[in-house]
Design a protein around this ligand. Structure first.
Ligand SMILES: [Cu+2]
Length: 238
């Protein structure tokens, strides 16, 4: 091969690698994920945040991935993102609708509710929307080893917050799971807990610790490592 041909080949190969890297950064990392802003809704040092977790998502490119959704506080629409913003020094009253079935935690440490105000969570089970199976009950542990009872976790490690997400009644879920996301019907849990945001601004990573990435090594790939699915950011603003 002549020298000019070698140079051209090298440049073309280099350009291909750069194009690939740019694609990966924009498509997988940068993305255009919406940040749902709860800050304007905060009042009296309290803000209410609502999420749901589903057995699937509404993205055509990753059809089988489990996913969280965030509810827009103004329109009540479910947004396929895991980025939300809250003010500092504020009590977050979190409500999470659990539509996904159970997976045992890899480490049963994650079955223990940690870092919430009062050290517990309130869980109420529903046959479908508007049809409770019983009253709400408080739990300090949702033991994913003794019962298959949690689908995911909501954890902010830098705030020492670890909360297992109760899964729906297993018999009902096996018969009629929510199969279209964002879920608006089907058996689910309604879980509530509160925690304080820190006294400073910043980006706080949150993460699921249940190995729910089906089809990936040890269940920890795919949705577990991707913003908009099983990991996200809590943006804390002034
Ligand atoms: Cu998960």
């Amino acid at each position: 091969m002549s020298l000019p041909a070698r140079i051209v080949t090298l440049l073309v190969a280099f350009a291909a690698v750069v194009a690939g890297a740019v694609f990966i950064v924009i498509h997988y990392l940068g993305g255009s994920l919406e940040v749902v802003n709860y800050a304007p809704e905060a009042s009296g040092g309290v803000v209410n945040v609502v999420l749901q977790e589903d057995p699937q998502n509404n993205s055509a490119s990753r059809p089988d991935w489990v996913s969280y959704f965030v509810q827009d506080p103004k329109t009540k629409a479910w947004v396929h993102t895991t980025l939300f913003q809250v003010p500092k020094n504020t009590r977050v009253n979190m409500t999470i609708l659990g539509y996904d079935g159970c997976t045992p935690a890899r480490n049963n440490y994650w079955s223990q509710v940690q870092g919430t105000i009062g050290g517990n969570v309130s869980v109420q089970q529903f046959k479908t929307v508007g049809q409770p199976l019983g009253p709400a009950k408080n739990f300090s542990v949702i033991n994913t080893w003794s019962h298959c009872s949690a689908g995911h976790t909501f954890a902010i490690p830098s705030l020492d917050l670890y909360v297992p997400m109760a899964s729906p009644n297993t018999l009902l879920f096996n018969k009629q799971p929510c199969s279209t996301s964002p879920c608006t019907a089907g058996p689910h849990s309604l879980e509530k807990f509160s925690f304080m945001t820190p006294d400073h601004t910043g980006t706080f990573r949150w993460q699921c610790f249940i190995p729910c990435g089906g089809g990936f090594l040890d269940g920890n790939g795919g949705p577990m490592q991707t913003l908009g699915y099983m990991m996200g950011n809590m943006e804390v603003s002034a």
